[in-house]
Design a protein around this ligand. Structure first.
Ligand code: CP3
Length: 347
């Protein structure tokens, strides 16, 4: 590249590295999905599992929110449960993950394989390669996976749950078998994220959606070590690594030790408080209440501005919701949100 023609770093990647940005970057968890009519048009033709396994279609629905709203990052269209099939887990969706034969014994754990991504989920890497050709440079591609504890919850429970009581019972009744299962999931996840990086993902995010089910003590025992191990193994790729411990208000001091560059914060904890626990060396991502998108525009604007004020213009903030967007959200509210963040933070 000749002098003077260096392409500026996209705001999303700059913010992950706590560098100055021309505006605060914004994207939305679950930005591709059922609140968008163009997503529903694709889903009319194929079921969700087929959609995740068809690279052209998965790439198309990843691009939909970027085209419509001009977000500062794209997230691969897939699911946290996708790599589990490669371990020998029998996966379906209705609409959340359903596992017909949940893992409930030491023998079942020992019969599972460590998944090889090139063999079991090559369609994910193909989707990433298509997206890198089609995405604008302003929207870097985030690859992702579930954190081992969250993936473990679905694998043992067999479906979504408020309490994941079977999954937690297995932790306490069979701690050694549970630890072996968490290890196998962690190894599968590490290889899976590494393959995404090799295929062209520009940042990687680990979703720990159910971390908040654990006390700080159990979180440090059962959830954190597996995340630390994955992050340590991914460091050689030199990509920003984002870790999201959902409902993690009481876990922030521990989550800080995950080794990530960016911590996702749900809406229950003000970003100012999260930052005072996390310290100045970590960026934060979040954290508007997804319900704010149902408020009148002036109230939505106030809540967006409040999130921005909590950061106070310090570097290292990626604007997002505090959890995934709700299915009944009006897309026009999302357009308003993205524009508001860009306008209020233009420097
Ligand atoms: O735009 C994006 O964010 C990309 C794709 C994405 C999906 N799932 C697509 C999806 C991502 C990043 C996920 C992650 C995911 N999946 C998580 C972690 C994030 C979180 O919300 O905590 C979890 C826990 C899952 C498990 C899962 N998959 C659930 C609970 C559901 C049901 C969700 C619902 O809204 O009912 C799914 C299915 C799923 N994954 C859908 C989508 C778009 C809906 C499927 C459909 O079209 O019917």
């Amino acid at each position: 590249m000749s002098a003077g023609q260096v392409t500026p770093e996209p705001p999303f990647l700059a913010a992950c590295r706590r560098r100055p940005v021309p505006h605060t970057p914004v994207w939305i968890m679950r930005q591709a999905g059922r609140y968008l009519p163009e997503y529903m048009a694709v889903r009319q033709k194929v079921d969700f599992l087929t959609l995740t396994k068809t690279p052209d279609l998965a790439a198309e629905v990843t691009l939909q929110p970027i085209r419509r709203f001009g977000m500062d990052a794209a997230i691969l269209f897939s699911d946290i449960m996708t790599p589990l099939e490669g371990m020998g887990v029998d996966l379906d969706f209705d609409p959340g993950p359903v596992i017909r034969n949940p893992v409930r014994s030491a023998g079942h754990v020992d019969g599972l394989r460590v998944g090889d991504p090139e063999e079991s989920v090559p369609f994910v890497m193909e989707t990433i390669r298509i997206l890198r050709r089609e995405l604008p440079a302003s929207a870097p591609l985030i690859g992702f996976a579930g954190a081992p504890f969250t993936t473990y919850c679905y694998t043992v429970q067999g479906s979504g749950s408020k309490t994941f009581i079977e999954a937690k019972a297995f932790l306490y009744a069979e701690p050694e078998a549970a630890a072996r299962l968490l290890d196998k999931i962690a190894e599968t996840t590490s290889r899976y994220l590494s393959a995404q990086a090799d295929a062209g993902a520009q940042a990687l995010m680990i979703f720990d959606s159910w971390a908040g089910l654990l006390s700080p003590r159990d979180y440090r025992r059962f959830a954190l070590p597996a995340v630390q191990r994955i992050i340590a193994e991914l460091r050689s790729h030199r990509l920003p690594l984002i870790y999201f411990p959902n409902q993690g208000s009481t876990l922030m001091a521990s989550a800080r030790e995950a080794g990530a560059d960016v911590i996702g914060v749900d809406w229950r904890l003000p970003l100012s408080e999260a930052r005072s626990v996390l310290g100045p060396d970590l960026a934060v991502q979040g954290n508007l209440d997804p319900a704010a998108l149902f408020a009148p525009r002036d109230e939505l604007a106030r809540q967006v501005d409040r999130v921005l004020a909590e950061v106070g213009g310090a570097p290292g903030h990626i604007f997002n919701l505090g959890h995934g967007i709700e299915r009944t959200t009006d897309p026009a509210a999302v357009a308003f949100l993205v524009d508001r963040v860009h306008e209020q933070t233009a420097r």
